[in-house]
Design a protein. Structure first.
Length: 431
């Protein structure tokens, strides 16, 4: 009976990690339709595919194959780690789940719901602040509602209105109501997950990230010696997106020439995976190593790798995500991320263990490095970029080293004691 529920556990862990079926399937090299059959327990799973899915979800394979007790205890442990102002008796989790499985299930379910709601708040907050289409749609809905309210107030409060004016107000009321209905439908359609998560066309940086993600951030043509000009960019609709993509592909090609794939594979096989060791071996700077490691094919490093590139203003230029990792795409990110701290210490490599709050207390090893771009003339101050490599920490390695606590954004961060907080969180102790 336990083996038949592996697919259900995969679906549950994928939803907790905020991954779509297509995204997880792409990471492990199978079709979304086959993953759908697995998640509905219509296909058995084991061996390398199970290990690959577990790595993509940053969980132990046993958590996917064991019974409901292990899954429940793991969920309770995550709820205890996320609790604000409360200290749970984690050493008694197994006893609690065994004696009160119903209450344990309720707590685990409520925690999953809170995680989902927090993720929604983060996403909508970021989009509402920086998405011009969403802001315009909201303005349209609110202005139309205000017009309807004004017209209705005139009709309700005015005792005697000329028939001609009354007809005009009724027509205006009807037209505004139709406009409100249309704009509301458009807004709901835009906010729907199936469209909002995938159809974000028009922002060059997001178009480029989606283009790179479709190739799993790896381009065999460039690895074989071709230039960036040989990459087909027709999938990018705007000239701005193609220009940005060309810039990143040029950097990719330069990194591939400096660190050939076969030589990197040999170094990793010799257990040289530390960025400082690789920089010395290939005689390159740390930024090149971090970008190169994030562009390796799946399976080379045994775990997924993410990447964040920003400029001196803190604006994200490029982002490659991994399960559990969440950094706002446009502003309001936590300043405690090493990618931002490296800007205060240029040319100094930084390594930090980070625990990301607000979801499931995901833990990452982060390597960051900031370096100056070329200057155009004498007395010109250099423009700095910063890069950060993100590696998920396996459950067995968690809590083995001191970790910096970072939040998704101040608005939904539960760390009330943070000295870097910009505004109070909407999450209170009684939330």
């Amino acid at each position: 009976m336990r083996d038949t529920l592996t697919g259900s556990r995969i679906r549950e862990r994928r939803q907790i990690a905020g991954l779509r079926q297509a995204e997880l399937a792409r990471q492990v090299g199978i079709s979304a339709s086959y993953l759908n059959l697995i998640e509905h327990n219509r296909r058995r799973i084991g061996g390398k595919l199970l290990v690959d899915i577990a790595n993509a979800l940053t969980v132990e394979p046993s958590l996917l194959t064991q019974g409901i007790e292990a899954t429940l205890i793991s969920a309770l442990r995550e709820a205890a780690a996320d609790a604000v102002g409360q200290q749970a008796e984690v050493e008694a989790l197994e006893e609690f789940a065994g004696r009160f499985p119903g209450w344990a299930g309720v707590l685990a379910q409520m925690h999953r719901r809170v995680v989902s709601l927090e993720r929604t708040v983060e996403t909508l907050s970021d989009r509402l602040t920086h998405d011009p289409h969403l802001a315009a749609s909201m303005h349209e809905v609110l202005s139309t509602a205000a017009a309807i309210r004004s017209t209705a107030a005139i009709l309700a409060e005015t005792q005697e209105i000329e028939p001609e004016w009354q007809d005009r107000f009724h027509r205006n009321l009807h037209q505004d109501a139709e406009r409100l209905a249309d704009s509301s439908k458009s807004l709901v359609a835009y906010l729907d997950d199936s469209q909002a998560a995938e159809d974000r066309r028009g922002v060059p940086s997001e178009d480029v990230e989606a283009f790179f993600a479709a190739s799993r951030n790896h381009f065999p043509q460039i690895e074989a010696g071709s230039g960036s000009a040989d990459i087909d960019l027709s999938a990018l609709e705007s000239s701005a997106a193609r220009t940005v993509a060309k810039t990143f592909l040029d950097v990719y090609a330069a990194d591939a020439r400096a660190m050939p794939l076969e030589d990197v594979q040999k170094a990793l096989a010799e257990d040289e995976s530390d960025p400082l060791q690789l920089a010395a071996r290939f005689s390159v700077d740390i930024a090149t190593v971090l970008r190169r490691l994030a562009a390796l094919p799946d399976g080379y490093q045994g775990r997924p790798t993410g990447l964040v590139l920003c400029d001196a203003s803190g604006s994200i230029l490029f982002s490659k995500s991994v399960p559990g990792f969440a950094m706002p795409r446009f502003g309001e990110a936590c300043p405690l991320w090493p990618v931002f701290q490296a800007l205060n210490r240029p040319l100094v490599p930084i390594r930090k263990r980070v625990v990301q709050l607000g979801r499931t207390a995901a833990e990452f090893d982060c390597y960051a490095y900031a370096w100056p771009q070329s200057v155009s003339g004498y007395d010109d101050a250099p423009v700095y970029h910063s890069v950060m490599l993100v590696r998920p920490v396996n459950e067995a390695e968690q809590n083995t080293q001191p970790a910096t606590r970072v939040g998704p954004s101040c608005r939904v961060c539960p760390n009330d004691t943070c000295a870097s907080r910009r505004e109070p969180s909407i999450l209170s102790e009684g939330f």
